[in-house]
Write a protein that binds this ligand. Structure first.
Ligand code: NAD
Ligand code: ZN
Ligand code: ZN
Length: 387
């Protein structure tokens, strides 16, 4: 089959690889009908993540049709339409029992090695580093889905793929980011990053009762989309200083909650213009967003971090974090707990998640699609590929 494979920084290729096969009784094989590129894929594309190997099949946002099931699978059958969550969870360990699915202790065969390298033992994710299980991803014609009795959400609706695909990651991720921001009714919420995750975070902040939502980015077309679709106020950090402006907007208190929907790229890694700036900087690991959030957040407020960090970040303003009584709530999304109820919001017409799709490619053009999504030019906000 054809699949998108990683070969190094900014080097991804569509290769012929062996078709996946059932390996465990709880597996299913899915024929992929739609797959998206995520900001989390960019950390791999930009070489920020340890444990990648040439030939790894990428992709963790995908949906499709069941073509084969293992002997223990009774919830799915051939022909079923499914959206698959990006996290792989066994459903029965200490953490899965507590619905903390992205902390599953069973799904990652390389968890011990990861603990040595990364200081923690993550669950397995599709299409990610070998430290996170090295599971082939869904930017491919077919994909093996382990624990298919726990992960995939069966869809019995005629809604098109583009309205459902983002249940695989970024809609639940935006929702959990807003939940983790501990919003009380009427609160002011500031979100750094108006990418796909930031867009769903803004929508979800209103769902969680925010009174005011402010978004910070430098990409005008992303800020414009957030204004149009989520009725937020926006702030371009290349035109005004976020800290100063946020203080003016909140009578000097600062936002009640601050959300980092940027992550590892927050210090410019991956963005060619910022790479040059970083090369000229005496602070190569500049924790821009984290410190801006710590400084700006109202005392006793909450920082929510959906943005993914792949390594330590030096120079974090820990004194501000501690002395301002700030809370931090973070994590990879506990997907399986959110997918059914967020599906309902789509089916009932409360949201059409396809509003973020700006670019579409066939899988054969996946290398172009990655370059486009990483560059964030030509109005590109979210890319969907069809095998
Ligand atoms: P993206 O790269 O498309 O968007 C990031 C946005 O941040 C861009 O619009 C960029 O212009 C903006 N940005 C860069 N530096 C900034 C700064 N200093 N201040 C404000 N904005 C800045 O990525 P995405 O797909 O929206 O994903 C965002 C983050 O969420 C990534 O780190 C990704 O790995 C993470 N993520 C986490 C989970 C999870 O489970 N927690 C799931 C999916 C994605
Ligand atoms: Zn993702
Ligand atoms: Zn588990």
């Amino acid at each position: 089959m054809k699949a998108l494979t990683w070969h190094g920084t900014h080097d991804v290729r569509v290769d012929n690889v062996p078709d996946p096969t059932i390996q465990e009784p709880r597996d299913a094989i899915i024929k992929v009908t739609a797959t998206a590129i995520c900001g989390s894929d960019l950390h791999l594309y930009n070489g920020l993540m340890a444990g990648m190997q040439p030939g790894d099949v990428l992709g963790h946002e995908f949906m499709g049709e069941v073509v084969e099931t293992g002997s223990a699978i009774t919830n799915l059958k051939k022909g079923d339409r499914v959206v698959v969550p990006f996290t792989i969870s066994c459903g029965h360990c200490f953490f899965c029992d507590r619905r903390l699915y992205s902390l599953c202790e069973e799904s990652n065969p390389n968890a011990d090695q990861a603990a040595e390298v990364m200081g923690h033992s993550p669950a397995a994710l599709f299409g990610y580093s070998h430290l996170l299980g090295g599971m082939p991803g869904g930017q491919a014609e077919y994909v093996r889905v382990p624990y298919a009795d726990v992960g995939p959400l069966k869809i019995e609706s005629e809604l098109p793929d583009e309205k459902l695909l983002f249940l695989s990651d970024i809609y639940p991720t935006g929702y959990m980011a807003a939940e983790n921001a501990h919003i009380t009714p009427g609160d002011t919420v500031a979100i750094w990053g108006a990418g796909p995750v930031g867009q769903f975070t803004a929508h979800s902040a209103w769902m969680r009762g925010a009174g005011r939502v402010i978004m910070i980015d430098r990409r005008e077309e992303r800020l414009e989309l957030a204004r149009r679709k989520s009725r937020v106020e926006t702030l371009n950090f290349e035109q005004e200083d976020p800290y100063q402006r946020l203080m003016e907007m909140t009578r000097g208190y600062g936002p009640d909650s601050c959300i980092d929907a940027v992550g590892a790229e927050a210090h410019g890694a991956g963005d060619p213009e910022y790479q040059q700036r970083d090369a000229d900087s005496s602070e190569p690991n500049r924790p821009g967003v984290l410190n801006e959030m710590i400084r700006a957040c109202r005392k006793a407020g909450t920082l929510s971090l959906p943005g993914v960090y792949t390594d330590q970040v030096d120079g974090v303003l820990i004194s501000g974090l501690m002395n301002k009584s700030l809370s931090v709530h973070s994590g990879q999304t506990h997907m399986q707990g959110y997918m059914p109820s967020l599906f309902e919001t789509i089916e009932q017409g409360q949201i059409d998640p396809s509003f973020i799709v700006t670019h579409r490619y066939g899988l054969s053009k996946a290398a172009d699609a990655y370059a486009q999504f990483n560059a964030k030019t030509d109005g590109c906000i979210k890319v969907v590929m069809t095998p």
